[in-house]
Design a protein around this ligand. Structure first.
Ligand code: ADP
Ligand code: MG
Length: 261
């Protein structure tokens, strides 16, 4: 969609990651650009969530480089990732049912005035963030999260991620548990984040979602980056081939690269 390619804000290069004897990521390189939605696709077990957890500082990488805004950095914890402006909305949504929207958005990073919680400021910030994202489906920011629909929960989780002046927001399967209407709402929100200048990474299994909102597609196959392409340059079936066999015509992994299909 973009005529002139922007420089990546986040660049991973040559990432290896093993759990015990099992190598899950092999020499993975991955670029993310501001103002774009980058779809990260791949079959179950391809390593998408592991890659995202490396980006978010949850898993240490065994090897490879992490570049942010043109400088090589070390990210050893979620706090260090957040300090760069990298926020992850994990697949298993980390929202607390028994807390309200504001409490969830500020969980662990509460605003205080002296020793007491600064509820006024937190409410203002939560309201502004939701309004900034044109979220109008939530009745009250003091509503308990347990009373929200799946789509509203995703919205709150995404709002929580953008509250912190984030620059890169990674969403791990945000529409997996949603129906058609709620999926459409969340995808609209995803698009709006990128149009506001954020770099968005969207993990999804759903080709319709991927083609509806993404500017680029990165396909992981058995822990290897098979291809990273412009969405406008590929067809659904090419992406499905990349996902299922790591290659499609000239695109993808060479046969010598552990790919036998
Ligand atoms: N904490 C972990 N310990 C051991 N193996 C793991 C761990 N997390 C993921 N794996 C393994 O890594 C592989 C990739 O998993 P994952 O990154 O969750 O894939 P995806 O998100 O693409 O479905 C799988 O084989 C999975 O079993
Ligand atoms: Mg996953």
């Amino acid at each position: 969609m973009t005529a002139t390619p922007t420089t990546p804000i986040l660049r991973l290069s040559g990432i290896d990651k093993s759990f015990g004897a099992v190598q899950v990521l092999h020499d993975v390189s991955f670029d993310v650009r501001p103002g774009e939605v980058t779809a990260l696709v791949g079959d179950n077990g391809a390593g998408k969530s592991t890659l995202v957890k490396c980006i978010g500082g949850i898993h240490p990488m065994d090897g490879g480089e992490y570049w942010f805004e043109g400088a090589q950095v070390q990210v050893h914890s979620p706090r260090e990732a957040a300090a760069l402006g990298v926020e992850i909305v994990y697949q298993d949504l980390a929202l607390c049912d028994n807390l309200d929207i504001v409490q969830n958005m500020f969980l662990g990073r509460e605003k205080r005035r002296g020793l007491v919680l600064d509820d006024t400021t937190m409410e203002e910030m939560a309201t502004q963030t939701l309004e900034g994202l044109s979220v109008r489906t939530v009745k009250s920011i003091r509503q308990q999260v347990s009373s929200l629909s799946g789509g509203q929960r995703q919205t709150v989780a995404i709002a929580k991620a953008v509250l912190w002046n984030s620059k890169v927001v990674v969403l791990d399967e945000p529409t997996a548990a949603l129906g058609v209407a709620q999926t459409a709402q969340v995808l609209e929100l995803v698009r709006r984040l990128a149009d506001n200048g954020l770099a968005v990474v969207l993990i999804s299994h759903n080709m319709n979602d991927v083609f509806a909102v993404s500017d680029r597609i990165a396909a992981l196959y058995l822990g290897r980056m098979a291809a990273q392409v412009s969405t406008s340059d590929v067809t659904h079936s090419q992406v499905v081939e990349l996902i299922t066999s790591g290659r499609s015509g000239d695109l993808g992994l060479a046969r010598s690269n552990g790919v036998t299909a």
